[in-house]
Ligand binder design. Structure first.
Ligand SMILES: Cc1ncc(COP(=O)(O)O)c(C=O)c1O
Length: 370
């Protein structure tokens, strides 16, 4: 039996489909297509799950980053620090609002933004904001980054697109003083039936601004600013609200899968995430590091031949992507990390024998290819 990277069949069970159909039918009956009752309910419950005062649904995770940066007053020609390891959207959001990305290198053990690199970059570039990414669901070192940024009034937007259920030392992503953003792209730990995202904050004034920006600059007193259309429709909110019932249970199962992979791969000559991330990561993805780009592609081919679906997150560091070539900053470690990193299947429905098969196939490959 093939071992896929995702398992939508079990996620969207018969019972789930039945309940979703009922919800969609009620939305149609009420003609409540945009920002309806499920939006309100989801925002309240998701804020609670992530330890935030306010959660605001928006159209997608890229808009969420853009809106967060705009709410902080970041705009034309401002310099914004980003890590080299993330989905392209992190950089794109910075560029889309007229700001300029500056790369901050990553910790080669995790792919997360490295505070030591931030300190070096700040000696050359006057950053207005940084966007650390909780990549793969791992917690970025927010406390260490805050220690550097707060005295310099550098704003922090936490890109938590992959971090539904990720824990920082003081609470979940969304519970810090920073704006935190999420994506609910269908493959995420909490995924819609299309696109959706959210911005979380504990700050009432920022909360008001975010609500206004996402809906054409509207406010109860009329239009006070130019916004955009980044509303989330009621069907996506209904799906997300229903899925919220299970996400914490599924995140727990992801941790159990990660723990089993860690046990089976700990003495294997590959890089795995630090063991202390077992409890704190959302385990959106399970990255492993090989000794070279060639070995990574060879393992990918080997796993695919054995009906296992690995995936490359990310084929290149963002600094190597054509539109970002020439952007300043530090990214040597990000280039190396992207070159040798491969993600193996992790989802809440992975069975013990499947975990064992994946681990054993990696061991078999390395025995013959080291
Ligand atoms: C780290 C990261 N940031 C931003 C995004 C953008 O989210 P969306 O695709 O919902 O716009 C994603 C989506 O995959 C992501 O993984």
């Amino acid at each position: 039996m093939a071992i896929g990277f995702y398992n939508f069949a079990e996620l969207h069970s018969e019972e789930f489909r039945k309940q979703i159909k009922e919800r969609i039918s009620s939305i149609v009956d009420k003609n409540a297509f945009i920002e309806g009752e499920y939006n309100v309910a989801f925002e309240k419950e998701f804020a609670k799950m992530q330890g935030a005062k306010h959660a605001h649904l928006v159209a997608n995770g890229t808009d969420a980053i853009e809106i967060a940066l705009i709410a902080y007053g970041i705009g034309k020609d401002d310099l914004v620090g980003i890590p080299g390891i993330s989905f392209f959207a992190t950089a794109e959001a910075v560029v889309n609002i007229g700001a300029k990305p500056v790369f901050i290198d990553i910790d080669p053990a995790t792919g997360l933004m490295d505070p030591a690199s931030l300190k070096r970059v700040l000696q050359k570039h006057k950053l207005k904001a940084i966007v650390p990414v909780h990549i793969y669901g791992q917690p970025a070192p927010i406390k260490e980054l805050e220690t550097i940024c707060i005295p310099l009034n550098i704003k922090i937007v936490e890109d938590g697109a992959q971090a539904q259920g990720t824990f920082l030392p003081n609470g979940p992503v969304g519970s810090s003083k920073n704006l935190a953003t999420f994506s609910f792209y269908p493959t995420k730990n909490l995924g819609a039936f299309g696109d959706a995202g959210a911005v979380l904050t504990d700050n009432d004034a920022l909360s008001e601004k975010i609500v206004s920006i996402r809906n054409h600059g509207r406010s109860p007193q009329g239009h006070k600013l130019f916004g955009r259309n980044s509303r989330c429709d009621s069907i996506q909110a209904a799906v997300l609200h229903l899925k919220l019932e299970n996400v914490e249970r599924y995140n727990k199962t992801r941790k159990e899968v990660a723990k089993k992979y860690h046990e089976q791969l700990k003495n294997v000559p590959i890089r795995i995430a630090p063991a202390n991330f077992i409890e704190s990561s959302s385990w959106h993805l399970y990255p492993i590091g090989l000794s070279s780009r060639e070995q990574k592609y060879a393992l990918k081919d080997f796993l695919q031949k054995n009906e296992i679906g690995p995936s490359l997150f990310y084929e290149k560091s963002m600094a190597e992507e054509l539109p970002l070539q020439g952007a300043p900053g530090e990214f040597t470690k990000a280039i190396e990390f992207a070159a040798n990193t491969l993600c193996i299947p992790i989802h809440p429905f992975l069975k013990d024998d499947e975990i064992k098969t994946v681990a054993n196939k990696i061991k078999e490959f390395l025995k013959n290819n080291s």
